[in-house]
Design a protein around this ligand. Structure first.
Ligand code: ZN
Length: 499
């Protein structure tokens, strides 16, 4: 085979796969946002049929030979093609070893589990969801063994989400976070709590939609490239740099929930919109890893969105939209309220300071599930025990407890640590950005585009060409270092609470 011919074959296959994933992604978006409840049966069947096609496109001797040939000529390939080949080989580790019937069956189990979880959460009925979760755990252990029999199954999944991270590394990381944050949170709990009661007044949803549109403009998102849908649990999905979908959830009695979820998901979308043009239709379109993706969403949400300068920038407009509700509030009061730190029940509503402890709890539970040390029947009790131990809170219902996140219902185990790592990456990126940019001045003048430009140049444009650790080195000129995260939180909250 000629090298040129092999590269052309690879690109043609990538184009086909991108089209199928595009179709499946739009269907997923549809089932989450617009489809009627009873659409789920037909949706599951179609997804299973499409999965079979994408499976066959990748798992066949001809493709294995093609990739093996290209791997052998890796030195002669351009950087993008070389990484595409490397990633395809990694992805096939799983597909090459899982029997097709099991792979297709798993897709079906996943769709069903996701639908049941939605209902179980509404009904606060863990028992209804438990048999589905049990199957997902079993399949994940089994699949990890197929792909990497020599590896611990949880290490296998952790590495899938964040290349290079193992339980050894994460145990060390979380020990550090726990040692620094728990005493800080204790000190803050002794201080007087800022008044945030105004956030829970009545905020009509149509007015909140108007606020979302304004926030998209402030963070510089082109609305012709990115739309907002409404779902139970906010998420972002992207197909190319001109078709991003973010979602949010509006609560009539919680102004900032949707506000910060729009900024967070907007950060995810901004990352993908900043990919270089060469990545259109390439499997490398997107973010370097889950953690790097979270680093960007949380950069916009917390580092920009919860800064004093940002609150001062947007508050006048928020007050214009909700003059009655906010008549006794000023930007300073708003800033303190959106940075309120206190132990709570729900991860997605938790504050910047306590957030990583929510992640730690999920990490410990996943570790036990993947090692068969915790039966899914006992999960709620273990969940509640850990919330009491680390955050000091009693969990009143599974709806606010172990049923709150969608990840396990989608078959994702090993994803959660990325959320915490994302914040840690973000703090390190900030420290280096500050050497070149005056962040506060840029935010105060509404010039967030300049910050986005810097991130695009150092991170966004690479998509998945570079691995997360490489991106940190490109961006910061040094290896990943969690101390920046601890310093950032300590400094911010010591000042805010005058400790
Ligand atoms: Zn996110």
């Amino acid at each position: 085979m000629e090298l040129n011919e092999a590269v052309a074959k690879l690109k043609e296959k990538n184009k086909k796969l991108a089209a199928y994933y595009h179709a499946m992604g739009v269907m997923y978006y549809d089932i989450e946002t617009a489809a009627p409840k009873n659409a789920i049966g037909g949706f599951s069947d179609t997804m299973a049929a499409l999965s079979e096609i994408t499976y066959k496109l990748e798992v066949n001797e001809e493709n294995f030979e093609l990739l093996d040939f290209l791997s052998a000529h890796a030195d002669e390939l351009d950087e993008i093609t070389r990484r595409e080949v490397e990633q395809a080989q990694n992805g096939l580790k799983l597909l090459r070893n899982v029997p097709m019937e099991e792979y297709v069956e798993y897709q079906r189990i996943q769709s069903e589990a996701s639908a049941v979880w939605h209902e179980a959460k509404v009904k606060n009925d863990y028992a209804m969801f438990e048999p589905h979760l049990k199957k997902l755990v079993e399949y994940n252990i089994k699949f990890a063994k197929y792909a990497a029999p020599e590896k611990d199954p949880y290490d296998y999944w952790l590495n899938e989400f964040e290349e290079g991270f193992t339980q050894d590394v994460l145990d060390g990381y979380f020990d550090k976070v726990k040692a620094a944050l728990v005493p800080l949170i204790h000190k803050i709990c002794e201080k007087e709590k800022p008044d945030d009661s105004f956030i829970y007044k009545f905020y009509p949803i149509d007015k909140q939609r108007e606020l979302s549109q304004y926030l998209m403009d402030v963070i510089g998102i082109n609305k012709d490239d990115c739309s907002i849908g409404e779902t139970e649990h906010p998420f972002t999905t992207g197909f190319n740099k001109h078709d991003l979908r973010i979602t949010t959830h509006y609560y009539e009695n919680a102004l900032t929930y949707s506000m910060y979820s729009v900024i967070h998901e907007g950060g995810h979308a901004t990352y993908e919109m900043g990919n270089c043009d060469e990545l259109t239709g390439s499997p490398l379109f997107g973010g370097a890893s889950c953690g790097m993706h979270e680093s960007q969403s949380r950069f916009y949400e917390n580092i920009i969105g919860r800064s004093k300068a940002f609150c001062e920038l947007v508050f006048p407009r928020i007050k214009e939209i909700f003059p009655e509700q906010l008549k006794d509030v000023d930007a300073e009061k708003f800033y303190r309220a959106v940075n309120l730190a206190q132990p709570s029940l729900v991860r997605t509503e938790s504050d910047e300071l306590t957030y990583s402890l929510h992640v730690l709890i999920r990490y410990e539970i996943e570790k036990k599930l993947m090692h068969g040390e915790l039966d899914t029947k006992d999960l709620p009790a273990e969940w509640n025990r850990l919330y009491k131990e680390y955050l000091g809170v009693d969990v009143p219902s599974d709806k606010e407890g172990c049923l709150q996140d969608s990840h396990w219902s989608g078959g994702s185990f090993g994803y959660f640590p990325s959320y915490s790592l994302g914040s840690a990456y973000g703090a390190q990126i900030l420290a280096h950005m500050n050497k070149e940019l005056d962040m506060d001045a840029l935010i105060a003048s509404g010039n967030i585009g300049k910050i986005t430009e810097w991130l695009r140049e150092h991170i966004h444009k690479y998509g998945q060409i570079k691995k997360p650790a490489e991106l940190i080195r490109i961006c910061c000129g040094e290896d990943f270092d969690p101390d920046y995260y601890i310093d950032y939180l300590t400094e911010k909250f010591t000042k805010l609470y005058e400790l």
